[in-house]
Design a protein around this ligand. Structure first.
Ligand SMILES: Cc1cc2nc3c(=O)[nH]c(=O)nc-3n(C[C@H](O)[C@H](O)[C@H](O)COP(=O)(O)OP(=O)(O)OC[C@H]3O[C@@H](n4cnc5c(N)ncnc54)[C@H](O)[C@@H]3O)c2cc1C
Length: 331
């Protein structure tokens, strides 16, 4: 667990702000919950517009286990923790942003007068809410998996496929659709992709044939554990054999990191467990916006969760929040 903010450094910095927008001293214009790429980006936009922002974070960055991140312009291959630290430090330039360490446990009230309660009983009042709370990957209890997660065992062909090119790849399937994922990896990155199953995971003949048609090798039996380090990882099989692979891909189930979206009455996609938002990142609950991995645009078939897309969504959401806050004063 990482803690981006060392102290609860709430301050009243309303004095040098546009008078019409100045909230009462103990209130914030916007509470941004979650300081990953989505929340940090939103906070910067709103801080630059001199809105008083409460940025609350519980220090559980999704990609914290990863050694490096990719597809982030000017930071390709950068450690995610350093990226967060840099982005967090940049917010110090905007003294209307109160960075608060803690977990928001409940949100009551309604638009214009939300009340957030933290796990240590602190209270924050805010006019608007941005949920940037992310998703949590629920790893199965497979010996050796958790300690190699993001460090030899990867879940995403965009984030780590390129670094796996030309290597021997093992895909540890959790569901039938992982057969298609294995075929994708074989199509893009490697001539040696093998599909492994976990105990109890059934993949029907049609899906297996689809993988085989893309030169994916189907391995009989089931995996009981992982040993070794990248690039000499070993998959332990129930029959006592071991299979060496240079890199392993495995896609765990991901679920909302926080129940706040559901608690507030936001629509949640039943298949992906994502908060459904419109193009302005409104959830449908008045005054509640959402951005980042936790969300899915209503028109899209599935969520898209990356560092840069989350930062972009946070920025978009913040701009629409700012628009709403300003136009409400126009009369
Ligand atoms: C192993 C791994 C490797 C990855 N590699 C890449 C990569 O190379 N490139 C890439 O683009 N993407 C990568 N990703 C995806 C990337 O991590 C996410 O897309 C990105 O972090 C999403 O940003 P976010 O701001 O939506 O959520 P997060 O980064 O998950 O941040 C959400 C924050 O909200 C906080 N929070 C949650 N609930 C509460 C609450 N109730 N109160 C207060 N705070 C709360 C959490 O503590 C957390 O800090 C990777 C993911 C994993 C798991």
């Amino acid at each position: 667990m990482t803690t981006p903010f060392s102290t609860a450094d709430e301050q009243d910095t309303a004095g040098d702000r546009p008078k019409a927008d100045r909230p009462e001293a103990d209130r914030h214009d916007v509470a941004v919950i979650g300081a990953g790429p989505a929340g940090l980006s939103a906070a910067m936009v709103l801080g630059r517009q001199q809105r008083r922002v409460a940025l609350v974070d519980s220090g559980r960055a999704r990609n914290a286990p990863a050694r490096e991140m990719h597809m982030v312009l000017s930071r390709d291959g950068f450690p995610p923790s350093e990226y967060r630290a840099l982005a967090t430090a940049e917010l110090d330039a905007y003294d209307h942003i109160d960075k608060i360490s803690g977990t928001v446990t409940t949100i009551t009230g309604s638009v214009g007068e939300f009340v957030l309660r933290l796990d240590d009983d602190r209270e924050i009042q805010a006019s608007r809410i941005l949920l940037a709370t992310g998703m949590t990957d629920h790893l199965i209890d497979l010996p050796g998996l958790a300690e190699r997660w993001g460090r030899g065992v990867y879940h995403c062909a965009y984030c780590h496929g390129f670094e796996s090119r030309g290597r021997t790849i093992g895909v540890v399937a959790l569901r039938a659709a992982d057969a298609v994922f294995a075929r994708y990896l074989a199509d893009r990155f490697s001539d040696d992709v093998a599909l492994y199953r976990l105990d109890g995971v059934e993949i029907d003949a049609k899906m297996l044939a689809l993988a085989q048609a893309g030169d994916v090798r189907i391995v009989d039996g089931h995996v009981t554990g992982i040993e070794g380090e990248e690039p000499t990882l070993r998959l332990l099989m129930a029959d006592g054999t071991t299979h060496e692979r240079e890199v392993i891909f495995h896609r765990p189930d991901a679920r909302q990191s926080s129940p706040l979206g559901a608690d507030l009455g936001c629509d949640i996609d039943p298949d992906w467990d994502s908060i459904l938002v419109d193009a302005q990142h409104r959830t449908g609950v008045d005054g509640v916006y959402a951005a980042g991995d936790a969300t899915q645009l209503r028109d899209l078939p599935n969520p898209v969760g990356f560092v840069a897309t989350s930062a972009g969504q946070g920025q978009t959401a913040a701009i629409w929040i700012e628009t709403e806050l300003f136009t409400q004063n126009l009369g």
